[in-house]
Design a protein around this ligand. Sequence first.
Ligand code: LMR
Length: 329
Amino acid sequence: MRILLTAAFVAVSLISAAGAVADEPTVIKFSHVVAENTPKGLMAQRFQELVAEKTDAEIEVEVYPNSQLFGDDKVLEAMLLGDVQMAAPALSKFSRYTDVLALYDLPFLFEDLDAVDRFQQSEEGQAMLNAVADKGLIGLGYLHNGMKQLSASKPLRVPEDAEGLKFRIMSSDVLEAQFEVLNAAPLKKPFSEVFTLLQTKAIDGQENTWSNIYSKKFFEVQPYITESNHGLLDYMVVTSKEFWSRLTDEQRTEVKAALDEALAYGNQIARDKAIEDKEKIAESGRTEIIELTPEQRAQWVEAMRPVWRQFEDDIGAERIEAAYRSNDD
Ligand code: LMR
């Protein structure tokens, strides 16, 4: 009798355990490095809500902001190991995996986000989402942050003003070259370290968007920001092939639909924040915003443009040409 009861108990426990497993949602850990109140932070939260809605909570997105889980230098490795399922690193941070995405780092390539949109939506731009496919990663879409500005401990009006200064850059050889042509000293450092490096004066300056400069308080430790709009900070949302192939067709469709909707929302926020966060920085009175005259701007273009030639073979001359042509509307 006791044996029978024990067997029945074991059977019931196994059934309920199986039920529990079947009910467990599939988790997408989404790791990023910026603050929550940014285009990427808000896009990720919207994505989380939309995935829950569209999959009836069958898939759950967990968002980890502020480099809580992984910095951008580790996140792609972690994705390939299955420790995180989605992320949206800056396009500048794929340089260990592909040369072609470095296109987006070329200084003064795109005049504005409309030109970036035209290129990214073109056949060529869409094809670049596959640039890391051979490394086991799938590009699911682009997200804007915006145009980068230069901040520093001294006013930067002409390229010579940057000479000898130390600038933090993302891990991109194009960005390194961009500061080398100015005879400045670029240092590749994680985003999470930038504020402290600036505050302790270990570096003199950095380049970033208005929303990153605002949300991470760089403007409080940088007395000058030059509105240079010299480069682009955009993202590619990625997942691993391994994770993506574990979803059903229906789940992939719902997750992709949720992402497309969240990206459209994030892209609008990017445009709004470039204006609002600049205004908040200006109102803070903590830093001086320097506007360049057309002549000064032309000097920066001329100083940085040789970088294009340096990376033409790696990126592809035709690709550069196509991206540049997207400035003509
Ligand atoms: C940076 O490292 O400066 C940016 O890539 C951070 C981000 O994700 O916007």
